[in-house]
Design a protein around this ligand. Sequence first.
Ligand code: GLU
Length: 552
Amino acid sequence: MDYEKLAALLFPDVTKTPDDFEAIYPPRNLPEGARVTRFAPSPTGYMHIGGLFQAITDCFVAHQTGGVAMLRIEDTDKKREVVNGVKAIVDGCTAFGVNFDEGATGEGTEQGAYGPYTQSQRVEIYHTVAKSLVQKGFAYPCFCSPEDIADMKERQEAEGAQITGYFGKWAKCRELTYEEIEQNIKDGKSWMLRLRSLGKEDGRVSFDDMIKGKIELPENLRDEVLLKTDGVPTYHFAHACDDHFMRTTHVVRGEEWISSVPTHIALFRACGYKMPKYCHTAQVMKIDEEDGTKRKLSKRKDPEAAVSYFVENGFPKESVVEYLLTLLNSGFEDWRRANPKEDVNNYPFNLKKMSVSGCLFDLVKLTDISKGVISVMTADTVYDRVTEWAKEFDTELYDLFTADADFAKAIINIDRENPKPRKDIAKWDEVKDFFSYFFDSLFVPCYDLPANITAEDAKAILNAYMAVYDAADEKDVWFNKIKDLCEPLGFTPNVKEYKKNPDAFKGHVGDVSGVIRLAVTGRMNTPDLCTIMQLLGKEKVLARMLEFLNNI
Ligand code: GLU
């Protein structure tokens, strides 16, 4: 067979050679050891938390070594594509501070010298490489229809074939002559391009996965499809071409691709390309609420499988990244304990410390971490972040907070900006409820007294307190006044004393202040009450106490 002639027949419009692209995309001029990574999602409009895992890993691995991280859009499957699918990915990454150096930056926009970074715009490259494979006899056109393939499968099953697929004696089109191919094309038959596999039935291949270690698998036997009948490449072929010409050194991707590595090895060999290093990340798992089993986080069942969930619920990006790093790298928590204030980007990320078998996603732990992250933010930062979030997701809160920014910052600052800040808010969608009693439009009174306080006691406490209350009281004076209420009303100012001898008192100072707290805020539990009362002001405090007295 004259492969040159066949290549010209199949690709009459291809004028470039792979060497032209070698020149357009030369090896990168980077420091020794620099790693080039890429995150390569399909624009399906949905970003799974596992994708964010990979994107974070890509950026750490590249940036720590002075390398480059790219965002490549794999849009070869047009059936799965949705409007604004690229935007969902770009937003999904930037929302968590994950920034790529090259690649897609939005719908139809990109940056970098190794583009285009969208596969549908790289057809010329795929066809040029495909043509060169035909010229070398490593690829051939296949005219089998879907029915032919289904029929082949049936026969393989009937025969009880150990290995199924298009290969060896089953590969009907493998030995077509030039004349047959030419006639088929003249007849208008559509064709796909297949790899002429060199694999043997007992062949094995192995590779060193940077996360999972050495993996050995059966060699690829099948004449895999490289180009589909519409000329669009398969994932496998595009992966080889793109990661070669983008000069990727490390491929971070989900472990579901491990079984395809033998195909990729065959393809890189056929093309004459150096293999990248593979880093296959473990699945993100969760414990099923119903049956307690460990399972994959599912797009259908688990809202938290989508990164948009964390944006909508107002988890700060720092919390999410901080939490994901605890899952991604087993050394992270120790590092964080030793370096509590260090910028997370300085963490020495290590591929060897990634989970091999699957990491367990735990919203409770994220919530806990997030409380810590938010507790050390300044009031100004919290204010900015809450209003930014509320502008999109809660206009009522946005209006309340922006109507009087100083007031909003003051309430945010209660028990904050000190060495032991309160850890109470985990996400911005809790803020409105958390501070609701500061706003008359949100305040919900509560007239249910705690079990150990009678209505008479509550009334006596409030009446006595109103007689001494002064809105200007500083904390000490404020507290002393409450302590002074205790004894005449049968309570004790001394909690220890109460615990020693509970039958001797109606309660202690905490119960007394609790009644005041309940009257003023409608809650049993709040940050510092003295500050709350100062911020509410005399008029509101007294009005709420009177209302309370009338209702218990
Ligand atoms: N487009 C593939 C996916 O969405 C990317 C796999 C890879 O990173 O190579 O899973």
